[in-house]
Design a protein around this ligand. Structure first.
Ligand code: ATP
Length: 488
């Protein structure tokens, strides 16, 4: 399937079946903003849940780096979107979170400088910006990506505040609160899922580059001497998370950043990148970054914004010789009461995008094939092979026909599945083959059909979305069977 064709089909399916809509669509849409519909909201909730479970709950039997404890504390927080403006000055976002943009004086379009070669000029025929004779591109200018707002009624420059461009700072500024209140011991991690905002110059590629999006970030605080081993650990663990949730190895790469690419404080960063269908074959888009951030963040929030001088991180000074952006002055070091050592922990940060992960799972799941209908005639089938854990609907229940007590029995089973906490759909409209196809299209892993024999043998037919195998199982075992298959 051609690159664009496949992506267009995924976007069309997402709209048609209620996964993702353009924000404010009836008013012509709002560029860079997206709404999740009834199925999308379930899919995204399952992605979040799978991440949260992996981060917070499933850490008892792990193979940690040598010398490290085999289990460790992982806790969550939910911090505010608008934080003290000093947070962004100290973190570097106020001065440095910029993209270079260029405008075209002719057609008034705006482009990110590094996207110019892959962007299209609005003039026809389609060409890259600058390639038409009429194009008049400006020199590149800096553009800060943080959304600015004002607090309170006066609206002066002193009341300026920012919507957070990342969730991570919420964990750093609460490091002391968490240590003091929850008896965590190093190494430990603090995770958060929440909205972030970036005024992207050219939002594009569906939800991939949005202006409002959700991040799933975790800050792992550890002893400096073990930080490299933990960095390896989290890189590998995050790679495996995507694989165990259905991403194929051939579509996912772990790309270690070259030295020149690293942020000035970073000892190592690796990106997890996915072969999104809107990219040319062989190209990948970032799903998640795993960064070794050293002690940069805790030191900055304590001492003031840091910069690199003669290879060392030092507090950046203004013209008056004072810190350019002063920190909180609070001691953010950690005291180990066993080794009696005091130090500033190092941080490993896996920073994922929930919307990008959701989009990757959707793209990976999208398949077209041909299957015989009830009469044995081959029919085109569109199927989302979502991992059962991520599928928005886990099971659908159908009475074969709308009489002879079948709808009543089907409703009874539907009620039992719902009571067991499963997301389930009931459908009695149209031929059974069409009902199967409706569920295949939204990724429902199992369908149950109640037929004329059910009243006699107490069994229903369970059909598997991927193998298409059909088996008879007793009505009394339906809930157990579905739960076992979902776990398997
Ligand atoms: P990019 O280079 O694509 O702009 P980034 O390196 O700036 O991304 P990070 O700051 O590392 O991204 O943010 C962590 C994660 O948040 C990214 O890996 C991505 O999944 C997600 N993310 C970042 N920007 C956006 C966006 N504009 N829309 C959707 N998700 C985003």
């Amino acid at each position: 399937m051609a690159v664009e064709n496949r992506m267009d089909k995924i976007v069309a399916l997402a709209k048609r079946r209620g996964f993702i809509f353009q924000s404010s669509e009836i008013y012509g849409g709002q560029n860079g903003f997206w709404d999740y519909g009834p199925l999308g909201v379930e899919l995204k909730r399952n992605v979040r849940q799978a991440w949260w479970s992996d981060m917070i709950i499933e850490h008892d039997e792990i193979s940690a780096p040598p010398g490290a404890p085999s289990s460790f504390d992982m806790v969550g927080v939910e911090t505010s979107i608008i934080m003290h403006p000093q947070v962004w000055k100290v973190s570097g976002h106020f001065d440095l979170f910029c993209d270079m943009m260029v405008d075209c004086r002719e057609c008034k379009a705006r482009f990110r400088q590094d996207h110019v070669p892959t962007s299209q000029c609005p003039l026809k025929p389609s060409k890259a910006p600058g390639e038409h004779d009429k194009c008049q591109l400006t020199a590149p200018r800096e553009f800060n990506l943080m959304f600015k707002t004002t607090l309170g009624a006066l609206g002066t420059e002193e009341d300026a505040a920012f919507l957070r461009p990342e969730t991570a700072q919420g964990m750093f500024v609460n490091f002391k609160n968490i240590c003091d209140s929850s008896r965590v011991k190093i190494p430990f991690g603090v995770a958060q899922i929440g909205k972030s905002f970036r005024n992207e110059i050219t939002p594009r590629n569906f939800t991939f580059r949005s202006r409002e999006f959700e991040q799933m970030e975790m800050e792992f605080f550890c002893h400096p001497s073990q930080s490299l081993a933990w960095y390896q650990y989290w890189r590998d663990r995050r790679y495996n998370w995507y694989i165990t949730h259905g991403i194929s190895k051939s579509n996912l790469i772990l790309r270690e950043h070259a030295k020149e690419e690293l942020a000035h404080y970073s000892v190592g960063t690796a990106d997890l990148e996915y072969a999104f269908p809107f990219l040319e074959p062989g190209s990948y888009g970032e799903l998640e970054g795993v960064a070794h951030r050293g002690d940069f963040d805790l030191r900055s929030h304590s001492e003031g914004k840091l910069c690199k001088k003669d290879g060392e991180l030092v507090v950046e000074l203004g013209a008056d010789g004072k810190p350019r952006h002063p920190g909180s002055g609070k001691d953010l070091s950690y005291f180990d009461d066993q080794s009696r050592e005091r130090y500033v922990p190092h941080v490993i940060e896996p920073a994922a995008g929930c919307d990008r992960a959701t989009l990757a799972f959707l793209c990976e799941a999208y398949h077209e094939d041909q299957q015989p209908d009830e009469k044995g005639v081959m029919q085109e089938r569109l199927v989302l092979r979502l991992h059962p854990r991520l599928a928005p609907i886990k099971v659908a229940v159908f009475p074969l026909i709308k009489k002879d007590g079948m709808p009543e029995k089907a409703m009874e089973i539907y009620g039992e599945l719902k009571a067991a906490g499963l997301s389930v759909q009931y459908d009695q409209q149209a031929a059974i083959g069409r009902r199967y196809r409706r569920q295949d299209e939204i990724g429902t892993p199992y369908c149950l059909t109640i037929d004329g024999d059910t009243a006699k043998d107490g069994c229903v037919t369970i059909r598997d979305r991927d193998t298409l195998q059909q088996e008879r199982i007793p009505v009394s075992k339906v809930v157990d069977e579905i739960q076992t298959r979902l776990k398997g």
